[in-house]
Design a protein around this ligand. Structure first.
Ligand code: DAH
Length: 344
């Protein structure tokens, strides 16, 4: 019996020695130490031994089994470490190598301007209007009638509106002002919103005009809204958008939906007011239209002009972007030439 044990041990030792990877090692362990192994069968045979032999053989079996077990564990551990090291070595990244250049797209300059302006007005307490109040395909009623533009009013021609086929008074909106009306008809004051979006006009395309462009509309309805508040808000917008306070000028103007109406000019960004080709020698650039909402517009939209007053404003996104970055042709925004777009 003792010899048998020694023999098994010798064989096991040599096989462990020869195992070159984890898998083989596990197999060897299985052969020598599993439930059905020869070694285990010897353990089961213990009961047939004489009382003198029992403790001797028992101790030996235990000793060998412990030895083999710890040898397996040791070697297993060594294999595991070795395999881990090899794996780590293989997967090592050389951080000093040049990276691969993957050209990434980015946000269109017009969208950047819109985002920036929306953020400024959010900061001033205006929230983005829900897009259901700001459709691009609109009926004349919201694009003109409720904005106090009568049927035969030249403003309908001035804005060179696109009419849809079928004679249903459906137009591509010529201004984002439709959002004002829709919002007022569907909510109670205080209302403090901005509405950015696309507008369409049947213009001949040139460096200064495109038949699709973008506007941002603003509206503030509450009790006691004043022209002084309009000035405060729009001056702060100009300061934040152009980055420093620049001289502004409020010129009296006309819009059918506001009374009084103003157009706001900023000192020319190119020549600092000296007069150049961009500002046609005037030293000023017009950047937006605004005014106190006409009581008719409030009333027709379901808001009592005796209780509430409002101011509104509208600005062109292309124009504001062109002024900020000294871009001289509006068509550049729509041609999708990457050489242009990449600069922003
Ligand atoms: N809708 C005007 C336009 O397209 C711009 C405008 C002017 C909007 C004055 C306003 C406003 O809300 O109060 O020319």
């Amino acid at each position: 019996m003792q010899n048998k044990i020694e023999e098994i041990k010798r064989n096991a030792l040599s096989e462990i020695e020869q195992a070159t990877d984890l898998k083989t090692l596990e197999e060897v362990k299985n052969i020598y130490l599993s439930r059905n192994s020869e070694f285990n069968n010897l353990k089961k045979g213990m009961k047939d031994l004489s009382p003198e032999e029992k403790p001797v053989i028992g101790a030996l079996l235990n000793k060998v089994s412990n030895e083999l077990n710890s040898l397996f564990e040791e070697k297993k551990d060594a294999f595991y470490k070795k395999e881990l090291n090899e794996k780590l070595l293989k997967e090592k990244i050389d951080v000093t190598l040049d990276g691969e250049y993957i050209p990434a797209g980015h946000i269109h300059p017009l969208t950047q301007t819109v985002n920036e302006i929306v953020e400024i007005f959010n900061h001033l307490g205006f929230s983005l209007v829900d897009s259901i109040y700001s459709p691009e395909v609109e009926v004349e009623k919201y694009n003109f009638d409720l904005l106090n533009v009568p049927k035969e009013h030249p403003a309908r021609d001035v804005q060179d509106t696109f009419y849809c086929e079928g004679g249903n008074n459906v137009v591509l909106r010529s201004q984002t002002s439709n959002a004002q009306v829709r919002k007022m008809m569907n909510s109670k004051p205080p209302i403090k919103i901005i509405a950015p979006g696309r507008v369409y006009r049947n213009e001949s395309v040139s460096a200064r005009k495109n038949n699709l462009f973008h506007q941002i509309e603003g509206l503030y309805v509450d009790k006691n809204v004043t022209m002084a508040q309009l000035k405060g808000v729009l001056n702060e917008f100009i300061r934040l958008y152009f980055g420093s306070s620049r001289p502004t000028r409020y010129r009296s103007s006309f819009f059918p939906f506001t009374e009084p109406s103003v157009e706001i000019d900023v000192q020319c960004i190119m020549c600092q007011g000296k007069g150049c080709s961009v500002c046609s020698g005037t030293g000023w650039l017009e950047i937006l239209g605004a005014g106190m909402t006409d009581p008719n517009v409030l009333r027709d939209s379901g808001i009592d002009p005796e209780t509430y007053s409002a101011f509104a404003f509208g600005m062109g996104v292309e124009r504001l972007t062109m002024l900020k970055y000294a871009i001289d042709d509006i068509r550049l925004f729509f041609n999708n030439d990457v050489r242009f777009l990449k600069q922003f």
